[in-house]
Design a protein around this ligand. Sequence first.
Ligand SMILES: Nc1ncnc2c1ncn2[C@@H]1O[C@H](COP(=O)(O)OP(=O)(O)OP(=O)(O)O)[C@@H](O)[C@H]1O
Ligand SMILES: [Mg+2]
Length: 351
Amino acid sequence: MLGALIPGGIARPYDDTVARDLAIDLGTANTRVVTKGHGLVLDQPTVIALNTRTHEVLAVGDDVLAMIGRTPGYLVAVRPLREGAITDFDITERTIRLLLRMAGTSKMQRPRVLLTVPAAVTSVERRAVREAARRAGASAAHLIEQPMAAAMGAGLAIHEPVGNMVVDVGGGTTETAVISLGGVVAYRASRCGGLDMDAAIQEHVRQRYGVTISQSTGEEVKLAIGSAVPFAEQLRVEVRGRDIGTGDPARVVLTSDEISDALAEQVDLVIDTVIGCLADAPPELAQDIIYEGIHLLGGGALLHGLAERLADATEVPVHLVEDPMGCVARGAGLCLESFDTLRPIFAAADV
Ligand SMILES: Nc1ncnc2c1ncn2[C@@H]1O[C@H](COP(=O)(O)OP(=O)(O)OP(=O)(O)O)[C@@H](O)[C@H]1O
Ligand SMILES: [Mg+2]
């Protein structure tokens, strides 16, 4: 039986059947919730339906996508996170409240919640996120830095005096970290993620063909023919958009070569961020990484050829982790199993 912390730090018996511990990875592109004993219980796009009159959050995830175009004007679909950071705490609280309900907890249960945060968020933001989770119904809210959760999700021995490197190419950010002895030793993040890659494709089509396409079309193109190294043979896809001049529907055929050119800037940014982080690591730990390799995760890690480009540029072996998109949530979920013994790790993020 776990002990729940009450004010003053005294443990009291904690009834697992009443309150379920939850880990929430609120990502720029996707939100994942893991509960103790049940694993992944929610995996949805981070999109909310917001009532702009009342500030109410009416739905999260796929339900919102189904509502687009079918709602009155004051209901809008919003991606509430930018670059992985929480920007509006009122909306965050309402979103978390809804997520808790969607994950099957009732108002009475008041679960303990572990939230993942980018390692770069300020202490003011950290306090605000914890407060938002408490107001949303959590009995206690702790934070874990995403690179730490990623390392745990990847099964790395984070408590050993050995350098490990994780590279998370998410929707809004690329976070890179060297971890040793249970702490982040070197860290670099930059604004280049899957959503920026989609935007680069949208911009390319607009500039070259004078056609606007949606973010989701840009993403489809990326998934179909996007790459960090050219494909052996040229691939093509046809997309639909709107002519900028006339507003008429338009079709464009795109090739894999032009899309890899359009993505080059984002791919270079990912590589530069990793090289910068490696350079920041103490030499002994950098040596470990040359031997152990880089652990690559996040949805962007699945971009065709990215692991190969990264290995070439850094001359370090690159391992794509199992289920790269679920890695951070999985790691946070592992923490739930030993909520109390891992408190020092949370404390580092909780300040
Ligand atoms: N096969 C693929 N090739 C390229 N990109 C992909 C692929 N599969 C998923 N992605 C991209 O991965 C991104 C989502 O990744 P992920 O779920 O790790 O982001 P996130 O955790 O929400 O974001 P962040 O950590 O930056 O806040 C999306 O932009 C998606 O298009
Ligand atoms: Mg993420």
